[in-house]
Every structure is written in structure tokens, then in C-alpha cells.
Ligand binder design. Structure first.
Ligand code: C5P
Length: 228
């Protein structure tokens, strides 16, 4: 069940479709995030689902439980494969998200996962900015436990944390993936696709290491080869 998810962080539909044209016949799993969703809206997701794409709708909901539940009811109608919330919203919020998804027929098969800690957050930022004095891995573990208690399917975390997540019986979806010869950009906790596999990640989310390459299809195939 291991798979590579391409983070489609594009400005708009046109850019996305120029990109997808190169992938004809490969049907990659796509992550639709805030940038393009806020531009194109749910119509884009409906269009991609009609085309048979598997979608991870990465909107990272984080609000009071009532608002999240109602927002999830609308997301549920899109019938996406995976969607998410921030674990930082607490157990009640995560339970409300699950309820929202389950209350709509098309949302019942949608996997709900929680972002533990953004992979762009370092231990230093955790301590100095967020005033959390625990080791990052402990925070991830606590948030993942909360997600499990709320009935979620898994978490978004760095590949480095995949082993503890696996032990908890949750699926791990791991961004912060770079090839050994790539630049790290703004990500802090990174792993190569091969290392993510070794650590037991279920899905890797790869953005710029595919989308910003001269030959994105070759980079995607390299990910599949290393990870799947
Ligand atoms: O380009 P890059 O591979 O760094 O893209 C990673 C993608 O994963 C981005 O779309 C980002 O929003 C997302 N993400 C992340 N860290 C998380 C959750 C999602 O980088 N904890």
C-alpha cells in the first residue's frame, strides 16, 4: 500500500493541467493544498475526481469543533481519499472532524489524518517560539496518541517519526522528502524516499523534488523506485 503523493503546489488550474499532461497513463496520487484550492475551489477537486485521480485534500483544518465538523461535512461530499486537520486543535476538534466526514455517505471512505508538527518546525522553534519544552518527537507522539483517541486513521509527520507512528497502529503520511542530491529549502526534518521506506512510512508527499525538476516524470519514477 506504500505510495508516492505529489504535492501539487501550483498557482492555478492551468499550471496544474500543464504539469499533469506529462503524467498521462501514470495516474499519480495528488495532494491538493491551500494555494490552488483557495484559487480554484472545490470544483477543481470534483473535476480531478471525475478524471479518476486519487486525492489527498490538504487543508489542515484548525478551528473550534463545531466549525470543523460543518466544514468537514462539505469536504466529505468531495469523496476525496485523504484529508486532514491539525492535531493542535485538540481531541474534541478531531472527533468533530470525524463526525462531519462520517455524516455524509461520500465521506465514509475518506481517511482522516492529523498534522502533528509541521516538518518546517525545528526543535529550536518549538522551544523559542511555541514555548513547548518537550523534545519534538515526544510532542509528535502525544499528538498522534490524541489523533488515535479521536478515531483518526493516521498522521502527517516527518519520516523520522514514522517508526513510532507505526508502533501505534496509525498510518504515516510523510512530507519533507528530498533526494540525497537536492537542496532542503524551508524543510527542516527531511529524509530521502529510500530512507522513508526504511523507516516504515506508508505514503511520502513530494513537492518541489518532483514539481521543480526539468523532468518531473523521471523524478516521480525515481521516487517510486526508491520508495515502493
Ligand atoms: O516541496 P515540498 O516537498 O517541501 O512540499 C511538501 C508539501 O507537504 C507542501 O505541500 C506542504 O504544505 C506539505 N506539508 C509539509 N509538512 C507538513 C504537512 C504538509 O511540508 N507537516
Amino acid at each position: 500500500m506504500r505510495d508516492v503523493i505529489i504535492a501539487c503546489d501550483f498557482k492555478n488550474r492551468e499550471e496544474l493541467f500543464v504539469f499533469l499532461k506529462k503524467f498521462e497513463g501514470l495516474n499519480p496520487f495528488l495532494k491538493i493544498g491551500m494555494e490552488i484550492f483557495y484559487k480554484e475551489g472545490p470544483q477543481l477537486v470534483e473535476e480531478l475526481k471525475r478524471m479518476g485521480c486519487r486525492i489527498f485534500l490538504d487543508l489542515k483544518l484548525h478551528d473550534i469543533p463545531n466549525t470543523v465538523e460543518k466544514a468537514m461535512r462539505n469536504i466529505a461530499k468531495l469523496g476525496v481519499d485523504i484529508t486532514n486537520v491539525h492535531a493542535g486543535g485538540g481531541i474534541e476538534m478531531m472527533k468533530a472532524a470525524r463526525r462531519g466526514l462520517d455524516s455524509v455517505e461520500e465521506g465514509k471512505n475518506t481517511k482522516l489524518i492529523a498534522v502533528t508538527m509541521l516538518t518546517s518546525i525545528s526543535q529550536e522553534a518549538l522551544e523559542k517560539e511555541l514555548k513547548i519544552s518537550m523534545p519534538l518527537q515526544e510532542v509528535v507522539k502525544t499528538y498522534a496518541n490524541n489523533a488515535k483517541e479521536a478515531g483518526l486513521d493516521g498522521v502527517v509527520c516527518s519520516a523520522l517519526e514514522a517508526p513510532i507512528i507505526k508502533k501505534m497502529g496509525l498510518i504515516s503520511v510523510t512530507p519533507g522528502i528530498r533526494f540525497a542530491d537536492d537542496s532542503v529549502n524551508d524543510q527542516k526534518r527531511v529524509a530521502t524516499p529510500a530512507y522513508a521506506k526504511e523507516l516504515g512510512a506508508d505514503y511520502i508527499v513530494v513537492g518541489r523534488s518532483i514539481t521543480a525538476q526539468d523532468d518531473p516524470v523521471a523524478a516521480y519514477k525515481r521516487c517510486l523506485k526508491e520508495f515502493c
